[in-house]
Design a protein around this ligand. Structure first.
Ligand SMILES: NC(=O)c1ccc[n+]([C@@H]2O[C@H](COP(=O)([O-])OP(=O)(O)OC[C@H]3O[C@@H](n4cnc5c(N)ncnc54)[C@H](O)[C@@H]3O)[C@@H](O)[C@H]2O)c1
Length: 361
C-alpha cells in the first residue's frame, strides 16, 4: 500500500458529493477515479469537485482494474449488491451506501463475498456517529432498563417523498421502508445488540405517491410511501416499526424502549413536513423509572455536538483500511436489518406474517 489511500467512487449522483467532500478533507486519501453508467456524468462530477487528476469511467470494471484500496458504492439500492461484489472480487474494500441492498439474498451474497475475499464491507449508516445515538445505545446496554421487551421506532414525514431513482421499483427496490426505515431499524437493533429477527407481519401502502394531488410525479411512483410492521426478535422482544414519506399527521410518535425496570423515550429533532427521520438528529431523551412506588421521569441532556457524522463514517472506513481493522459497520451485522426489510416486502405483498430465516454466512 502506498502513502495515500487510493479511493474510487461508483455512482456519481447526489450522495457521491458527500463522499467526495469527506475524502477531500483527508490528507492521507486520494480519489483516483469515478464511474457512472450515464455517459459523461462521472467526468462532470470530477470537474465539479476539482479533482481533475482523477479518471472518469462509464464501465465499473474499468475503474476496478485500477490499483485502488477501496471504493464508495453510491449507486441506487438495487445496484449495491452487483457493484459491491464486483469491487470486492477485484480486491477492493467497500463502503456501500444504505440500505445494504434490497433483498436478503443480495445481502447474504455480499457478506459471503466479503468473507471469501477478505475485503471489508461496511454499510453507511452515519447516525452511528451521532453522540446522542451512542448515548441511547449506552443506556440500553447498561441494563438500566432491565430486560427490554418492546421497542417502537420509525420516522414519520408528513410530506417528504423524494424523486428520481428513489420512486422507481427497479432502481430503489422499495420505498420509504427501505430508504429511511433502515435508519430507524439500525437505531433500534444496534441499541439492542442486533438481535436476530424471527418473523414479520407488515402492511404497506402508496396513497400519496400515486396521487397527483399530493405528488407531481404520481404517474412514475412505483414503491410504498407508508408502512408498518410487527417484528419478533430473538430474546422475546417485539419491535413495532412504522414509517412514512407522506401522511395526514405530523408524527408517528417517538421511539420508545420498554424494559422491565425502566422505559426510554427519544424524540427526533426538528419539525415540519420533512422531519421525523433519525439522521435528522435527536430532540430529547427521557428515562422513565419507578422508584419506591413513585413514577419518576429523568430527562437526559441531549449532547449538543458539531460532529460531522457523514465525515466520521467515511473516515472510519479509511482508518479500517489503513490500520487493518474490521469493518466499522459490518455487512455481517446489517444482514439482519436487511432481512427485516426483505420480510416486510414479502409480508406486505402476501398480506400475512412471514418467517425470517437468515442462512449460514
Ligand atoms: N447516507 C445518506 O445520507 C444518503 C442520502 C441519500 C442517498 N443515500 C443512498 O445513496 C444511494 C444513491 O442515492 P443518490 O441520492 O445519490 O441517487 P442518485 O440517483 O442521485 O445517484 C445514483 C447514481 O448512480 C448511477 N448508477 C446507477 N447504476 C449504476 C451502476 N450499476 N454503476 C455505476 N453507476 C450507477 C446513476 O446513474 C446515478 O448517477 C442510494 O442507495 C441511497 O439510499 C444515502
Amino acid at each position: 500500500m502506498g502513502d495515500k489511500i487510493r479511493i474510487g467512487i461508483i455512482g456519481t449522483g447526489g450522495i457521491a458529493g458527500a463522499h467526495i467532500r469527506a475524502y477531500q478533507k483527508m490528507s492521507d486519501v486520494e480519489v483516483i477515479a469515478c464511474s457512472d453508467i450515464i455517459p459523461g456524468k462521472a467526468a462532470n462530477f470530477i470537474h465539479q469537485f476539482g479533482i481533475e487528476g482523477a479518471r472518469a469511467f462509464e464501465v465499473n470494471a474499468d475503474l476496478l482494474s485500477l490499483d485502488l484500496d477501496g471504493v464508495s458504492v453510491c449507486t441506487p439500492n438495487a445496484a449495491h449488491r452487483e457493484v459491491a461484489v464486483e469491487a470486492m472480487q477485484a480486491g477492493k474494500h467497500v463502503l456501500t451506501e444504505k440500505p445494504m441492498s434490497v433483498t436478503l439474498d443480495e445481502a447474504v451474497d455480499m457478506v459471503r463475498v466479503s468473507k471469501r475475499t477478505g475485503k471489508l464491507l461496511s454499510v453507511g449508516f452515519q447516525p452511528r456517529y451521532d453522540p446522542n445515538m451512542q448515548l441511547v445505545k449506552e443506556i440500553v446496554q447498561s441494563g438500566e432498563l432491565g430486560n427490554v421487551y418492546y421497542v417502537q421506532t420509525g420516522g414519520g414525514r408528513r410530506r417528504g417523498i423524494p424523486g428520481g431513482t428513489f420512486i422507481n421499483k427497479e432502481s430503489a427496490g422499495a420505498g420509504a421502508l427501505a430508504d429511511i426505515g433502515c435508519y430507524s431499524l439500525d437505531l433500534a437493533l444496534n441499541s439492542l445488540g442486533y438481535p436476530k429477527p424471527l418473523t414479520v407481519s407488515a402492511y404497506s401502502s402508496n396513497f400519496f405517491g400515486t396521487n397527483p394531488k399530493y405528488y407531481e410525479f404520481a404517474d412514475q411512483f412505483q414503491v410504498e410511501d407508508f408502512g408498518v410492521a410487527l417484528i419478533r426478535l430473538e430474546g422475546g422482544i417485539a419491535l413495532n416499526f412504522k414509517l412514512s414519506w407522506a401522511m395526514h399527521m405530523d408524527s408517528l410518535g417517538p421511539t420508545v424502549f420498554l424494559g422491565t425496570d425502566a422505559g426510554l423515550r427519544l424524540t427526533p429533532a426538528g419539525s415540519g413536513p420533512w422531519s421525523g427521520v433519525w439522521d435528522g438528529g435527536v430532540g430529547s431523551i427521557t428515562v422513565f423509572h419507578d422508584l419506591l412506588g413513585r413514577q419518576t421521569q429523568s430527562p437526559i441532556d441531549v449532547v449538543k455536538h458539531n460532529v460531522d457524522i457523514f465525515y466520521e463514517k467515511v473516515r472510519a472506513f479509511v482508518l479500517a483500511i489503513k490500520d487493518g481493522l474490521p469493518a466499522p459497520i459490518p455487512g455481517e451485522q446489517i444482514v439482519r436489518n436487511q432481512a427485516i426489510i426483505d420480510g416486510i416486502i414479502r409480508s406486505s405483498e402476501l398480506g400475512r406474517e412471514v418467517e425470517i430465516s437468515i442462512p449460514e454466512l
